[in-house]
Design a binder for this molecule. Structure first.
Ligand code: DON
Length: 312
């Protein structure tokens, strides 16, 4: 890449144009339906927020409406765990793409209970175990952390989603007990799952997400406040993992067409990091066959391609 991307003069109008376009596009897919609280979400929501490192905010559509962040929570959990634990963490969770669905169980058996990366469910459950072991109240530490990063004290977990995740969490429980049988979960499984389901159920808007992850675009320093959230090496590592595994088994295609570190969630959100530029967050609930939100993928693809933001 030659230098840093130029600040586009027409960024706000592009954000509006992409939301308009997304609203008109019938890309197919269905909202997540594994729990009633997500199955009932209106599929017509479309939001887009871009926050640049200089503080400029560009939003359109439903960018201020909070939604279930689901797997995007894995980024925050990982950043917290990396602060609390040294490189031993990487003996418990690896840094390779999985090539499997986000909740797949088969690979975990072959690989002796060591998940391929922190962004598949098994990896995020190991990270949740680290948080449960290192914090006396990991759930409240988690929500305080995201409130602080997003500068929004109103962020909270959606208790209906949290309860529902617990009720329908058999596959995640299977992953956790399998890892426990290999000695890769230290705390009691119900407590670890409770934390994992809690963090998935936190609700944030596109604006919250774009603001909270600014430090990943700025070598670990939060742009708005100048606060160091993590060291530059940790920011690099999180971005590398997002690039290879953040979009599950669509990560290769996303790197090929977009070229940005990104994380999706089944609540319909995607957050994409543009180093030295800012953060893009998009939301639209219907999901494609990989469990990634189709319209949000399209809005981020268009934004990145039109402004030449690829890191490659
Ligand atoms: O644990 C689960 O399977 C759900 N809470 C969904 C996690 C998720 O968002 C996967 N991402 N696309």
């Amino acid at each position: 890449m030659e230098g840093t991307p130029k600040q586009p003069k027409n960024c706000s109008s592009l954000v509006e144009e992409l939301v308009e376009q997304a609203r008109k596009t019938a890309l197919g897919g269905q909202v997540a339906d594994y729990i009633p609280a997500l199955a009932e979400v209106n599929p017509d929501y479309v939001g887009l927020a871009v926050i640049e490192l200089d503080g400029s905010v560009h939003t359109a559509g439903d960018a201020d409406i909070p939604f279930s962040i689901q797997s995007i929570s894995k980024v925050f959990g990982l950043a917290m765990a990396m602060q609390r634990m040294d490189d031993i963490l990487w003996e418990r969770v690896r840094m390779e793409p999985s090539g499997q669905a986000f909740n797949s169980i088969v690979q975990l058996e072959w690989e002796h209970g060591i998940p391929r990366n922190p962004f598949i469910n098994a990896g995020a459950i190991v990270v949740s175990d680290v948080l449960v072991s290192h914090y006396s109240a990991s759930k409240s530490a988690f929500v305080q952390y995201v409130r602080h990063l997003a500068s929004n004290s109103a962020i909270h977990a959606d208790h209906r989603v949290w309860e529902s995740e617990k009720e329908h969490g058999n596959r995640n429980a299977a992953l956790a007990y399998l890892m426990k049988s290999f000695g890769n979960i230290e705390s009691e499984v119900p407590e670890v799952l409770d934390h994992y389901f809690f963090q998935c159920s936190v609700a944030m808007s596109c604006v919250d997400l774009a603001r909270s992850l600014g430090f990943l675009a700025n070598r670990g320093v939060q742009p708005g406040t100048g606060e160091r959230i993590c060291d530059a090496r940790s920011a690099h590592r999180i971005n590398a993992l997002l690039s290879t595994s953040g979009m599950y088994d669509q990560s290769g295609e996303f790197a090929f067409t977009v070229g940005l570190p990104a994380k999706s969630g089944v609540g319909g959100g995607i957050v994409a990091v543009v180093p030295d530029y800012g953060v893009i967050a998009a939301w639209s609930p219907p999901l494609n066959r990989f469990g990634n939100p189709s319209r949000a993928v399209e809005m981020i693809t268009q934004f990145a391609q039109r402004l030449g933001l690829s890191v490659y």
